[in-house]
Design a protein around this ligand. Structure first.
Ligand code: ATP
Ligand code: LTN
Length: 328
């Protein structure tokens, strides 16, 4: 069975973009694949954070993933910092990755904004991500479109490692969905919907109540025309609504556009209703899980043990390839 691995940061509340771009594929991949999913808490400390918040958010992210449909009997769900290989392998890969390739990463350029005071961790973020993936002999990595460049880097690092030290690492492929891979901010449709957006008005968190979901979609920024047409460059706001509606209803956004005439009201109402209906069962499952925090910790404990067993084997191969003495 092919191995699938992916991760999500506990930097805030999971939103519709995370779900449609990534987590939905994770749920689908549980059956035909050997799937591991990780709450990447070590990535979440690359930017300034509140320690008490991080712990709570890590647990909350795991619960949301379970509510979204991850089933601990069919996949392995764990917390990144519970498996030490992630950091150990990062060091070895740091000695394979180059400053030049990390400097080209657009996420670093965006989040670091050229400041000298930015952490080394933020610069090294993509190498930790490569270690996450390569530690599990991963074949396939389901992610949103914004992770394309990081995935390319993980592949390059694996290929370079194998070239230098002999065939050791599996070279992974990105799996990016055809619809929903890049959900945009409703208030600023040229920026991606993000957990850490400055203003929450453009984001739909998975746990938002129906009233605020409807309000945010109805006030989504569009344009001064009236024609409903899928054209990301010329009509980013309208195209974003069509992408959301298409992703939650399983229809093609371009075809959907033909259903709406005479302004954007109909499109907004249909999108709001579809999203509210789509999220209702997830929100109900979340409330059940919230009542049993010990159950969630038990899932994460078992997940870490299963993950560690795989990662330890890969790390032993890496140590041997590089010439590190076996551990006594
Ligand atoms: P942050 O804003 O804190 O950087 P994020 O919202 O971008 O976080 P991540 O934890 O970095 O979320 O990403 C988890 C997964 O969700 C990744 O696979 C990422 O590609 C995907 N994803 C994030 N934002 C979007 C979006 N707007 N549309 C589609 N997929 C997304
Ligand atoms: N950088 C990713 C989160 C992430 C990830 C991973 C995704 C960390 N490690 C490994 C896939 C595989 C992001 O979504 N911002």
């Amino acid at each position: 069975m092919a191995r699938v691995f992916s991760g999500i940061q506990p930097t805030g509340d999971m939103h519709l973009g995370n779900y449609l771009g990534a987590v939905r594929q994770w749920v689908a991949d549980q059956d035909a694949h050997d799937a591991l999913y990780c709450v990447v808490d070590l990535h979440a400390i690359t930017l300034p954070h509140d320690p008490a918040e991080l712990a709570a958010r890590t647990r909350r992210t795991a619960m949301l993933l379970l509510a979204a449909g991850l089933d601990p009997h069919r996949c392995t769900l764990f917390v990144q910092s519970h498996v030490r290989v992630h950091t150990e392998l990062t060091w070895v890969l740091n000695c394979v990755a180059t400053m030049g390739e990390l400097r080209r990463m657009t996420q670093f350029k965006d989040k670091g904004q050229g400041q000298e005071s930015v952490s080394v961790g933020l610069f090294d973020y993509p190498v930790l991500m490569a270690a996450d993936i390569l530690a599990y002999d991963t074949d396939r990595v389901p992610v949103g479109d914004d992770q394309r460049q990081h995935l390319e880097l993980a592949r390059d690092i694996a290929l370079r490692f194998n070239h230098r030290f002999g065939e050791t690492l599996v070279v992974p492929e990105a799996a990016i969905p055809p619809v929903g891979a890049r959900i945009m901010d409703l208030a600023n449709p040229t920026a991606k919907m993000s957990k850490s957006a400055e203003s929450p008005t453009g984001t739909i968190a998975l746990l938002d109540d129906p009233k605020s979901i409807t309000k945010r979609i109805k006030s989504a920024v569009t344009d001064s025309e009236t024609e409903v047409r899928f054209d990301v460059a010329a009509k980013p706001g309208v195209s974003n609504l069509l992408s959301i509606l298409g992703a939650v209803t399983g229809r093609d956004p371009e075809t959907l556009a033909g259903d709406f005439t005479g302004g954007y009201g109909g499109l907004k109402t249909a999108t709001a209703e579809a999203v509210v209906e789509f999220l209702a069962p997830l929100q109900e499952r979340y409330r059940d899980l919230e009542a049993d925090p010990a159950g969630v910790d038990a899932v994460l404990g078992e997940g870490a043990a299963k993950a560690e067993a795989i990662a330890d084997g890969v790390m032993a191969r890496v140590r041997d390839a590089v010439g590190l003495l076996p551990r006594p």
